[in-house]
Design a protein around this ligand. Structure first.
Ligand code: SF4
Length: 297
């Protein structure tokens, strides 16, 4: 779901623990050993003996009737930047209903042919917990498209994680169904309403507004976030976005980062958004959200 995740294709783990019948083209994803996971202090963990044990909750195993999880890939190492205040395992769900030209997860836009088994998810989750991770991020793709989302959240909660969901906000009913299970939601607000369809291929901005209203009314901690692209996010567009999301708890601005594999060829050589522009917009938009942040400062 994120426009600029932590390079999931470079560290995804998959393959060997999937159903042999389902392993196919997804098997070309590379894998890094989790045993070299980082501790919160940045040192490499060498022993599991001092690591925290997974805290089991009382949630009953919800996955026994569903053969496969919706997870298509897992970031190879715990991330220190994907879940505010937590060291997080990142799980990627395949399939997306947007077609953003600046997407960094183009490989996940179409539903992949292979998925992790629940047993493999449990094993990975336990491994991350032993490597000091206390948060789990469910990203994509667009996770709310997956029927197994609530089961995945419940499974990760059962393993003792705080759970964050990354979403594009296009499916408010699906978001409402799981919101109470979540500890944090990061929802993309891509651009102003009248530019949504052109930028993302998704034009139902009422759905986006409903998701924002849900977050605003709920108790779950959340952020709205925008990848700022020069040429797209001019002052007028940002003002229109501010009026649309006005009253949000937190609005995070992050830079557009060019890459060779972006879906839109014209963006592959476009400039990275300068930090000075993000700071300027943070100050200009300060009245529209309780908290305005620039990510990556
Ligand atoms: S295409 Fe989907 S996964 Fe990619 S940036 Fe857009 S909403 Fe996120």
């Amino acid at each position: 779901m994120p426009d600029d995740p932590r390079k999931p294709t470079a560290g995804m783990r998959n393959a060997e623990e999937r159903s042999p019948a389902l392993v196919s083209s997804a098997g070309n994803l590379t894998e890094k050993p989790l045993s070299s996971g980082l501790r919160p202090d940045g040192k490499t963990q060498t022993s599991d003996l001092s690591a925290p044990r997974p805290r089991k909750s009382n949630i009953k195993n919800p996955t026994s009737d569903i053969p496969f999880s919706p997870v298509a890939a897992v970031l190879g190492q715990a991330s220190m930047v994907d879940f505010p205040g937590r060291l997080a395992a990142v799980f990627f769900v395949g399939g997306c209903n947007f077609r953003c030209g600046f997407c960094h997860n183009a490989g996940l836009l179409v539903r992949p042919p292979a998925y992790f088994t629940w047993a493999a998810i449990r094993a990975r989750a336990a491994e991350f917990r032993r490597s000091w991770a206390d948060g789990a991020v469910i990203s994509g793709g667009e996770p709310t498209l997956s029927p197994g989302l609530s089961e995945l959240i419940a499974e990760l909660k059962r393993q003792g994680f705080a759970v964050k969901l990354d979403t594009n906000g296009s499916r408010p009913d699906a978001l409402a169904a799981v919101l109470g299970m979540l500890d944090y939601v990061a929802m993309d607000v891509k651009t102003a309403p009248d530019r949504y369809a052109a930028l993302t291929g998704f034009g139902d901005t009422d759905a986006i507004a409903r998701s924002m209203a849900l977050l605003r009314a709920g108790a779950t901690e959340y952020e709205l976030r925008t990848t700022v692209i020069e040429g797209e996010h001019d002052d007028a567009t940002m003002e229109a976005m501010g009026a649309w999301l006005c009253g949000a708890r937190r609005w995070v601005l992050q830079p557009f980062v060019p890459r060779e594999d972006l879906p839109d060829p014209a963006l592959r050589s476009a400039p990275r958004t300068p930090l000075a522009r993000l700071r300027e917009l943070r100050d200009r938009m300060a009245g529209f959200a309780d908290e305005m942040l620039v990510r990556g400062e």
